[in-house]
Write a protein that binds this ligand. Structure first.
Ligand code: NAD
Length: 696
C-alpha cells in the first residue's frame, strides 16, 4: 500500500509548482511513496483523507481578512484566492487532527501562522530588495536558533537560502504555540522559520520562508536536502490504520483512506460541541435554506455521486440514480414540514399563567449508518437533525465511506456551519468509539446484532437511542389475485431490487395453494430473464453484493435449505470470475426449519412456501423475530386489512411492497428496531420539548 504526500498547489502545475514534484526524486519515492495533487480548484477534499503527510506550498498572498487586516497595501495582488486559503485550512486542520507531518513553505508558513491566530507584515517595504522575487529568487543568509528542531535537522547555525516573498510573519503577533527557528541576517531580522514551541502531542511540523524545493544547490544544501529527508522519514513513520474501499464488482481497491482514531474522534467531538450552539442559534428557515442548497448540489453532482455509489456498493447504476432521486424527494418532505413541527407552540395564552412548548435541539448526535442505501437511510437522521439545530457526528458504513465524504462536502458547500457535520471514518471499532463519547443521542441503522450492542453500551447515558434494524419481511399472495404475472413481477422486484440488500426487501413468500403453481411458474420465468453483471452497464438488473462474505453466507443458506429438502428452481450459484456476484435464487419446498425462511438473507434469494389459507399464512408471517414490514396481495381490501391488523410490523402493504414514504413513520418492531424516523415523528425526535410556565 502506497503512502501519499499531499501537495497543495494552484492549477497549472507548470512551471512553479512543478518544482515541488521535481524535488522528490525517484529514489526518494521508491518502494511506497507517491505525490498527490491537492488543489482548491478541484476542491478534492476527499484526497486529504488519503494522505500521510502534507506540503503547504508557496503562492499568492493570503486573503487579509484571515488575519483581520485589509487589502489596501503595497504590492497587494490584484485578486486573492480565498478559496485556496479555506482549502488549505482544511489540510492544516487535518494534519493536526491526525498528527501527520507537515511542511509549510513560504506562503505555507505564513498560513500556518495565521491559522494559529498570528498576523503578517503585509509588505516588507525596503527589505523587499533582499526578499522579493525579481527575475529570479533572491539569496541571503539566515541564522538558525540553537534550540530549534530546524537546527537538529540541518545541523547548521547559518547558511544561504533563497527568497521570493514580500510578506513576512509579524514578530509581535506569532500564532499560538509557535516559535521562530530562524531569522534572516538583515537589519529587520525577518522570521525565516517556525515550529511548535511545545511539541508534545503534536505531529512533525516545520515551516520555512524560503523555497527548498527550488533553491540552487538543493541537492547539497542542508536547508533543502536535510529538510526533505527528515520529512520523508517522518512520513514513513506514519502508522495510521487504513481503510481500503473495494469495488465489489471488480474486487479492485478504489481508495485507501485514513481511519479515525480515538484521539481524532475526541477532537472532532470537541469541534462539534463548540460549533453546535451557533448553528442552533440560526433560525429553522435558515437551516432549511442550507438543506435546499444541499438538494441542488445532489442534482448538480448526480453523475459523479451515482458512479461512486455503484462502484463502492455494487448496485446497478440506474438504481444509484433512483436512490439520489428518492433522497431528494425525502428531503423535500423535511424542507416542507420542519418549520411547522419545530415552531414553538402556545398552549395557553389566556389567564394568569401562560404556557408554551419550545423545541430545542438535542445537541451533538451520532448517526451510525448502513451501506445498503447510504443516502436514503442516512438522510432520515442527518437532515432532520441538522434542521433541528443539532450537530451530527456521522459514521458512514466502511463500505460506503466515499459516499459519506461526498455528503459531508456537499453539506458544507450548502452552508452547514463548519464542524457541525463531522465524519467518523473506519470500521465497527470506530463506531464503537463513538459510544464512549458523551453524545446527546444515538441514531443507528444496521443489523440487529450491532443495534443490540449499541443499545446495551449506551443505556447508562440516558440519552435518546433509536435503532432501525434488519428484517425478514414476508409477502403473502392470496387466492383472489387477478393478475398473477403482475404480482409475481412485483414480488420479484421486491426480492432483487438493490441486489436484495434492502432492509424491507421481500425475504420470504407465501402463496395460497390455489394460485401457487401459476405464481411459481411466472416468478421463475421472470427470474430467468434477469441480467446479472457489471453494475455500471445500463442493462444490468442485479449487480454485485457489497461484501465478499455475503456470497458465502447466501450460499450457506441455500445449502442448508437444500439439505433439509428444498428445491432450487433457479440460480443460487456464485458467478465465476471476479466480483461478488450470485445468481438470483428461487427455492421451493421450503419451511421454517430452514435458515432461508427465518434468518435475514440480504441478497437476491428467496424461498416460496405454499399455504392452505389465511390463518396458516398469518401464523407463518408472524413466525419471526423481526417486525419491519409485511405485504399482502389480494383483490379484496377488507380481507387483506384483517391480516394487516394482526401483523406485528411497523409497516404493512396492500398490493405493494419494499417502499418507503417520507410522510409515513418508518419503524421496526421486535428485532427490527426501536423508535421511528420520517413523518412528523421523525422531525420531532431530534428535538426535546421545553415547557414554559409564564406568569406575570
Ligand atoms: P452493521 O450492523 O454491520 O453496521 C452498521 C454500522 O454500524 C456501520 O457503520 C458499522 O461500521 C457500524 N458498527 C459495526 N459494529 C459496531 C459497533 N460495535 N459499535 C458501533 N458501530 C458499529 O450493518 P450493515 O451490514 O452496515 O447493514 C445491514 C443491516 O442494516 C441489515 O440488517 C439491514 O436490514 C439493516 N438496515 C436496516 C434499515 C432500516 O431502516 N430498518 C435500513 C438499512 C439497513
Amino acid at each position: 500500500m502506497k503512502q501519499r504526500i499531499g501537495i497543495s498547489f494552484t492549477i497549472p502545475r507548470e512551471p512553479t509548482f512543478n518544482n515541488y514534484w521535481k524535488w522528490f526524486t525517484a529514489e526518494d519515492l521508491k518502494d511506497n511513496l507517491e505525490l498527490v495533487e491537492l488543489s482548491f480548484e478541484k476542491n478534492n477534499t476527499e484526497d486529504i483523507d488519503t494522505c500521510d503527510g502534507f506540503i503547504m506550498s508557496g503562492g499568492i498572498d493570503i486573503e487579509p481578512s484571515f488575519y483581520h487586516s485589509n487589502a489596501d497595501y503595497e504590492n497587494a495582488p490584484d485578486a486573492f484566492l480565498k478559496e485556496r486559503d479555506l482549502f488549505e485550512k482544511k489540510i492544516f486542520e487535518y494534519s493536526q487532527l491526525h498528527h501527520l507531518p507537515l511542511l509549510g513553505i513560504c506562503r505555507g508558513m505564513q498560513l500556518v501562522n495565521v491559522l494559529q491566530g498570528g498576523k503578517l507584515i503585509q509588505d516588507l517595504g525596503l527589505s523587499n530588495s533582499i526578499h522579493k522575487k525579481g527575475e529570479e529568487d533572491k539569496e541571503h543568509e539566515v541564522m538558525v536558533n540553537d534550540d530549534s528542531l530546524l537546527k537538529k535537522i540541518t545541523n547548521a547555525s547559518s547558511g544561504k537560502v533563497n527568497s521570493a516573498h514580500h510578506q513576512a510573519l509579524d514578530k509581535n503577533a506569532l500564532g499560538k504555540n509557535l516559535k521562530p527557528s530562524a531569522y534572516s541576517v538583515t537589519e529587520d531580522k525577518t522570521i525565516e522559520g517556525i515550529e511548535f514551541n511545545n511539541k508534545s502531542g503534536k505531529g512533525f511540523m516545520l515551516c520555512v520562508q524560503w523555497h527548498p524545493e527550488r533553491m540552487k544547490g538543493k541537492d547539497e544544501s542542508p536547508f533543502s536536502k536535510n529538510i526533505k529527508q527528515k520529512f520523508l522519514e517522518e512520513i514513513r513513520k506514519n502508522k495510521m490504520e487504513k481503510l481500503s474501499v473495494i469495488n465489489p464488482a471488480t474486487e479492485e481497491v478504489i481508495a485507501v483512506i485514513n481511519e479515525d482514531t480515538k484521539d481524532s474522534m475526541a477532537e472532532k467531538f470537541k469541534l462539534l460541541k463548540k460549533a453546535q450552539p451557533a448553528w442552533a442559534a440560526t433560525s429553522v428557515s435558515e437551516r432549511v435554506e442550507c438543506i435546499k442548497k444541499f438538494v441542488e448540489l445532489i442534482e448538480k453532482n448526480k453523475d459523479e455521486l451515482a458512479i461512486t455509489l455503484t462502484k463502492e456498493m455494487g448496485k446497478p447504476l440506474q438504481q444509484s440514480y433512483n436512490e439520489l432521486n428518492g433522497a431528494k424527494t425525502k428531503i423535500q418532505f423535511f424542507i416542507d414540514n420542519s418549520e411547522k413541527w419545530l415552531k414553538e407552540e402556545w398552549i395557553a395564552t389566556e389567564g394568569a399563567t401562560k404556557e408554551k412548548i419550545v423545541y430545542e435541539p438535542l445537541g451533538v448526535i451520532a448517526n451510525i449508518s448502513a451501506w445498503n442505501y447510504p443516502y436514503l437511510v442516512a438522510i432520515n437522521v442527518m437532515i432532520p437533525a441538522l434542521i433541528g439545530g443539532n450537530a451530527v457526528f456521522y459514521k458512514p458504513s466502511e463500505y460506503t465511506v466515499l459516499t459519506g465524504m461526498h455528503i459531508q462536502k456537499m453539506l458544507y458547500e450548502a452552508g452547514v456551519h463548519e464542524h457541525c457535520f463531522e465524519l467518523a471514518i473506519g470500521k465497527g471499532s470506530v463506531g464503537a468509539a463513538l459510544l464512549e463519547l458523551p453524545l446527546n443521542g444515538y441514531f443507528f441503522t444496521g443489523s440487529y446484532k450491532t443495534g443490540k450492542f449499541i443499545a446495551g453500551q449506551i443505556a447508562h447515558k440516558l440519552v435518546p437511542c433509536q435503532l432501525e434494524l434488519g428484517g425478514k419481511d414476508p409477502l403473502y399472495v392470496m387466492d383472489d389475485v387477478e393478475d398473477i404475472e403482475k404480482v409475481a413481477a412485483a414480488a420479484l422486484e421486491g426480492v432483487i431490487y438493490n441486489n436484495g440488500q434492502s432492509c424491507c426487501a421481500i425475504e420470504r413468500i407465501y402463496v395460497q395453494e390455489k394460485v401457487y403453481d401459476a405464481f411459481v411458474n411466472s416468478y421463475v420465468e421472470q427470474a430467468k430473464k434477469l441480467v446479472v453483471g457489471n453494475p455500471l452497464d445500463k442493462t444490468t438488473e442485479i449487480g454485485a453484493v457489497s461484501r465478499k462474505e455475503q456470497v458465502d453466507f447466501l450460499l450457506d443458506q441455500i445449502d442448508d435449505a437444500k439439505k433439509k429438502g428444498a428445491t432450487v428452481l433457479h440460480g443460487g450459484k456464485k458467478v465465476d470470475g471476479k466480483g461478488y456476484f450470485i445468481e438470483p435464487a428461487v427455492l421451493v419446498n421450503v419451511n421454517h426449519d430452514m435458515k432461508i425462511m427465518t434468518e435475514e438473507s440480504f441478497g437476491p434469494v428467496t424461498g416460496i412456501q405454499k399455504v392452505k389459507n389465511d390463518e396458516e399464512a398469518i401464523a407463518l408471517m408472524q413466525d419471526t423475530e423481526y417486525g419491519l414490514t409485511a405485504a399482502v396481495y389480494s383483490k379484496n381490501y377488507e380481507r387483506a386489512e384483517k391480516i394487516m391488523k394482526e401483523l406485528n410490523t411497523g409497516t404493512v402493504y396492500w398490493n405493494c411492497c419494499d417502499r418507503v414514504s417520507a410522510a409515513l413513520p418508518w419503524s421496526g418492531r421486535k428485532h427490527s428496531g426501536v423508535g421511528s424516523t420520517l413523518s412528523y415523528q421523525g422531525i420531532r425526535i431530534f428535538v426535546q420539548p421545553k415547557a414554559y410556565h409564564i406568569r406575570g
